[in-house]
Write a protein that binds this ligand. Structure first.
Ligand code: FMN
Length: 189
């Protein structure tokens, strides 16, 4: 189900955080004992090295997809790596859902959906965002693409490789439009 809602300010000070914690203690919805949403993983993806990045992001995506599909002694296979979160928006109100990648080529990411669905209507805006999270290999790929038929044609693709102590590797490929060549830059973790 797509997540929706309006933003409400979050507690920014220790006192406000305490007050929020106290008020949540009276919440009527029970959470399982010991359930911790704040636990942080120590990610340990293979490092991303600027010197070895391809000029174009699609070969790198295909390599990562291949590595997600094929287990090695060093890492397990990712379950359902083709599952991707597709976000769309209408009148500034976003919605997200999971869809399955059917094909990736040098133009973009292909998936199938119902022409009458909410996402199909919202894709008429020409904008969307996609995100893959491959937990087993501490990797994420995300892109804000342009939309063409059912092929998502990106102008930005970010490769995120989780590292210990949150010193993650992030490289972002961008191009001004879908026919230009790509440039790549490192971003702070
Ligand atoms: C693992 C998984 C895979 C899915 N794959 C697709 C898909 O490929 N295409 C699709 O239209 N919906 C798929 N769905 C359902 C969508 O997430 C969504 O519920 C549905 O398409 C309606 O979305 P909308 O009303 O926001 O357009 C999938 C859901 C899950 C959980």
């Amino acid at each position: 189900m797509p997540h929706q809602g309006i933003l409400s300010p979050i507690a920014r000070t220790a006192a406000a955080a305490e007050a929020a914690a106290a008020s949540s203690a009276t919440a009527t919805i029970a959470t399982p004992t010991g359930f911790r949403l704040t636990a942080h993983n120590q990610y340990n993806a293979t490092r991303l090295d600027a010197a070895h990045l391809p000029a174009d992001p699609f070969p790198l995506f295909r390599l990562w997809l291949h590595e997600a599909l094929v287990p090695t002694h060093a890492q397990p296979a990712v379950r359902e790596p083709e599952a991707m979160t597709l976000s769309t928006a209408a009148s500034g109100i976003p919605s997200s859902r999971v869809v399955l990648l059917k094909e990736v080529d040098d133009r973009g990411f292909l998936f199938y959906t119902n022409y009458e669905s909410r996402k199909a209507h919202e894709l008429e805006s020409g904008h969307a965002a996609l995100s893959f999270y491959w937990r087993e290999v501490s990797r994420q790929v995300s892109c804000p693409p342009h939309w063409g038929g059912y092929r998502v044609v990106p102008t930005e693709i970010e490769f995120w490789a989780g590292q210990p102590s949150r010193l993650h590797d992030r490289f972002v490929y961008t191009r001004p439009d879908t026919t230009s060549t790509w440039t790549v830059e490192r971003r702070a973790p």
